[in-house]
Design a protein around this ligand. Sequence first.
Ligand code: A3P
Ligand code: MG
Ligand code: MG
Length: 358
Amino acid sequence: AGHAGKVSKVEGDKAGLIDSIRLGSIATYAARRPSAMQLPQRLASFSYDERRALHHDDRSIRYYHAPPPQGDLNRGYANLVQRDDTINEHLDSLCLALMHLADAKGEDEERKRTNVITWRGMMTRLCTALYEKRSGFEMNAMVVGDTLYLEEHVGPRQAADKARQQSDDRQRRFAYYGYAFESYTCFERRTGPASPREHWDGDVNTNVQWCSIVRTKLGSSRLILGGEVDAVDPHDHSTFVEVKTSMQIRNERDESNFESKLLRFYFQSFLLGVQRLVVGFRDGRGILRHVSNYETLKVPRFVRGRATEWDPVACLNFADEILVRIRRRITEDQGGQETPSVFRLSFAPPFDEVTLRK
Ligand code: A3P
Ligand code: MG
Ligand code: MG
């Protein structure tokens, strides 16, 4: 039985494998001609309400206002309402919003000529993979017409990881600090807080989100990306703001941890055309100590020359290569088949290759 088990494991590992893309060194990607990324253009926006119902409007938009000094990020913890994440939403709302847009315009050309459609979060993972040392990803991929659709794969392993995280009180508390910071900074009313006492948008309900869909281009691939936008500038609604929390910087180690996190913050914002990043630095007990504002496009300059430096050019070159390659491989593999197949993109320890399985 032991022997048979081994054989089937080997077969299992190879089963359906249609491509394996080895990650070159960061230097090789950095040395290539940079894959140009077009400035994202807005196509549409949509909202989720308190009950997670989808609306093709801006009812859940929020307006950024600076937080109160020393704000307590534990506020409202007992009243947290969280989205039911046992429900896999796939790419549904993104696709529904694109269908709604096509209905309104009376044509669907924009979507059909797009090479890749996915959530901004998936694209962030591809863009940061070269620097990833801890957590990989699994995605489902389909090519319909000329378009590659990518969604997160939530399998039993991913579900168990999530459940473990959520059963850890400390981790739950730290995650809450991020939501509380949103409630201190992202207001339903454009005018924001009238007095310091009102400096809180209300208890946190993570069902509520405002999302933007953009069109952009990376190298030769046309992309449509959708993702949550935390807030807009109350004086200029076309300026988007991403808010984040992070541990206050007390020593060199905190500083390099933060600089490494900026890689993710940068791509998360950049990919959706979010121009401003606001970071609330908190202490271990969730008290706000400091707030920093960054212009998204200047974030890479901030880490240049540091030990933790990361190179956005290498990241985009890698993401460009991988998108072109998997779209081509899937297209070749399915030939002219009527019904598209589903493929699995995996990136796991030791993080030296991305595999594509049917
Ligand atoms: P911080 O990232 O500031 O801690 P986002 O910044 O992407 O808009 O997310 C808002 C907050 O949601 C995060 O704030 C964090 O608290 C929580 N959050 C987002 N993704 C999470 C994840 N994968 N696991 C746990 N919490 C998450
Ligand atoms: Mg958010
Ligand atoms: Mg945020």
